[in-house]
Design a protein around this ligand. Structure first.
Ligand code: NAI
Length: 278
């Protein structure tokens, strides 16, 4: 451990269970000397796991639905009070698509579901920054990170409307990041993470194939949740003060690949078999 976050105060959204990326970030932030508030939707609290994490990391839990301005204002006000000063880092680790959940195909979206998923997964990032910005709750040289996925740039058919939500999320990091940089020298970035076996990840249709394909395609293999947490900690630390308005790929190299030898070998063996059968 390097004491990278010694004396820093934060808010961490989205730790649902020990598989959650936010859970690993909380554990790593604690190890690096930070104090923080944990938050999740009131409905997620019922599972109770977050209280275990709070105990383990000496942190307080404040429920907040990320689509409610009232909840977010309460969260930010109370966090500043409990932590004893302004905030240095914020993790937005929130995602949910009703269309995915209810098995609606992208070409036949239910638009009430689309609105709901957009509000939770994408607009919530704007809302969080709005409250932090207008409450003047961030310390100078603070850092805000949200988690994204490469479907924002490229087609992954089963990622459904989450692709559109992530495109908006990444755009908001740039647009709001400009104003936050001007006002407080606060940096705003998104991390575009490898497929990761979590509750949200496993909800995507054909996730097992998805993750195995990415593993074979990436020269370094998929990035784990813990590795994502390590990268996030580096972005919260003072070692990355001039990195802002970026979408940063944390994917073992996947995003710059065309094809890899293991994928091609696999394809060719199926191809040969098909030819023999003809
Ligand atoms: P997760 O299921 O553990 O976390 C998603 C969180 O969103 C949960 O804690 C859930 O309670 C919270 N949430 C849902 N509705 C909410 C609301 N209204 N208000 C506040 N919180 C709410 O899954 P994971 O994978 O850790 O997801 C974290 C982030 O990482 C998401 O943005 C996801 O899209 C992103 N991501 C995940 C990847 C994966 O393959 N698992 C890959 C790339 C990005």
């Amino acid at each position: 451990m390097y004491n990278l976050l010694k004396g820093k105060r934060g808010i961490i959204f989205g730790a649902l269970d020990s598989n959650s990326i936010a859970w690993k970030v909380a554990e790593r932030a604690h190890e690096e000397g930070a104090t923080f508030v944990l938050t999740n939707a009131p409905i997620a609290m019922r599972m109770g796991a977050i209280n275990k994490l709070a105990e383990q990391t000496n942190s307080t839990v404040i429920p907040a639905d990320a689509t409610s301005m009232e909840d977010l204002q309460n969260l930010v006000d109370k966090s500043v009070e409990i932590l004893g000063g302004k905030i240095d880092f914020v993790l937005h680790s929130i995602g949910m698509s009703m269309n995915v959940r209810k098995g609606k195909h992208y070409t036949d979206s239910n638009y009430d579901f689309t609105h709901k998923g957009f509000d939770i997964s994408a607009l919530s990032f704007h809302r969080v920054m709005n409250v932090l910005y207008n409450s003047n709750a961030m310390n100078d040289w603070g850092s805000i990170v949200a988690l994204s996925y490469m479907a924002a740039q490229r087609v992954f058919p089963d990622y459904n409307d989450m692709a559109d939500n992530k495109a908006y999320l990444e755009s908001v990091a740039r647009s709001f990041g400009y104003f936050f940089g001007q006002q407080n020298k606060v940096r705003v970035n998104t991390i575009s993470q490898s497929p990761t076996p979590t509750t949200a990840g496993n909800g995507v249709k054909g996730f097992d194939g998805f993750i195995a394909y990415a593993e074979k395609m990436s020269p370094l293999g998929n990035a784990t949740a813990l590795e994502c947490a390590d990268y996030t900690i580096s972005l919260f630390s003072d070692l990355t003060k001039k990195v802002t308005l970026q979408n940063l790929f944390h994917d073992g190299g996947f995003s710059n690949m065309g094809v890899s030898n293991p994928i091609m070998e696999n394809f060719m063996s199926n191809f040969e078999n098909e030819r023999k059968e003809e």
